[in-house]
Ligand binder design. Structure first.
Ligand code: G3I
Length: 330
């Protein structure tokens, strides 16, 4: 009988998957057999739960919360403050003019109070602020309406509001390209500036959108070490390993080749070995999906290019990658 991922990793970290209303049905058996944590892929984002100032729409988010509860899974909250998937009304007045700082912060607070308040004691951990560090070299924070209209301290305020709304929830800063040395250092600088101001932050999310040839194992190790040195907990929040090299532009594959699957398995194996080494710091590893029948990568970076980034195939059967992250236990 197949080992369950979550049992193999029970002395290490939680094993999570991002889900949506389709996959909690179509992948139900797989999800409940192997994973002990879920994250809503889109359904708890600002535009999903708060499409207009007076309207909150929690139907989809509630279904995911109910799915987690019914199956004894933990629930991560994703995400409260982000430049993306946030409706325009947040940043403008009725006449379309940009709002002032006080109005924007008041709207942010009201959003956080309501959303975090609704899932108090249900969502155990929130990605409070997502992706505010700029990728470009030499630039510190990402340009966004949050930053332009409220100023840099919207970040600290988001954590303070979230903490007030649920003092027991674990609060994370979440970002990608986390192993790029310059971006990594900017992320650490942000986190340390929050810690210095006693802002309630408990963890750093390493998204882990990786591919066949990058980042290197050494870069991943260095990121984990440096993040862990902040004293915060770490979670891998959105793991997927694209079967394409970073610069592989092929768009014509309808099945992954044996060679790609083999290389992916090697990479999964070495990466999970590394995660196990850092089990004191890493408390959860969440994949950004569960099996190859559904992944956001099918539309990124090229719309309609199929990808196979997980350890279960499109029929929910274990791949060589599954073998490589479980065989150490035999
Ligand atoms: O909801 C509309 C639907 O009404 C419409 O018919 C359809 C047509 O394209 O689009 C739907 O919206 C899509 C949405 O996902 C919900 O499925 C958007 O086009 C699509 O862009 C959006 O993509 C999501 C993406 O975030 C948006 O930035 C992905 O599913 C989701 O996996 C991805 O997740 C992010 C994390 O939140 C943060 N880190 C990076 C990660 C990957 O980009």
């Amino acid at each position: 009988k197949l080992l369950a991922l979550r049992s193999v990793y029970k002395d290490y970290f939680d094993i999570g998957a991002a889900v949506n209303l389709t996959t909690i049905e179509s992948q139900k058996e797989l999800l409940t057999a192997h994973y002990n944590s879920v994250t809503a892929e889109n359904d708890m984002k600002f535009e999903s739960v708060h499409p207009s100032e007076e309207a909150y729409t929690f139907e989809a988010a509630d279904k995911i919360a109910d799915f987690a509860a019914a199956n004894g899974m933990k629930l991560r909250g994703h995400t409260l403050v982000w430049h993306n998937q946030t409706p325009d009304w947040v940043f403008q007045n009725a006449n379309g003019a940009p709002v002032d700082r006080e109005t924007l912060l008041a709207r942010m607070k009201s959003h956080i109070d309501t959303v975090v308040g609704r899932y108090k004691g249900i969502v155990y951990c929130w990605d409070v602020v997502n992706e505010v560090i700029e990728d470009k070299s030499g630039v510190w924070l990402r340009e966004s309406k949050w930053l332009n209209l409220a100023g840099e301290d919207f970040i600290a305020k988001a954590f303070e509001y979230a903490h007030a709304a649920d003092p027991k929830a674990l609060l994370f800063y979440n970002d990608y390209n986390e192993c790029n040395p310059e971006k990594r250092d900017k992320i650490i600088r942000l986190v340390q500036s929050l810690q210095a101001k006693q802002v309630p932050i408990h963890g750093i999310g390493l998204q882990g959108h990786w591919n066949l040839n990058g980042p290197s194992l050494a870069e991943i190790r260095e990121a984990i070490e440096r993040y862990a040195a902040t004293g915060l907990k770490l979670q891998v929040t959105e793991l997927d390993i694209s079967v394409f090299d970073h610069d592989d532009k092929r768009t014509d594959l309808t099945e992954p080749t044996a060679d790609l699957l083999e290389r992916q398995a090697e990479r999964y194996g070495e990466i999970f070995e590394l995660f196990r080494e850092y089990k004191e710091a890493i408390t959860a590893v969440t994949f950004w999906g569960a099996a190859d029948d559904y992944t956001w990568l099918d539309n990124f970076p090229v719309r309609g290019r199929k990808n196979w980034p997980f350890v279960f195939d499109a029929k929910h059967e274990p791949k060589a990658s599954f073998g490589k992250i479980t065989d150490w236990q035999k």
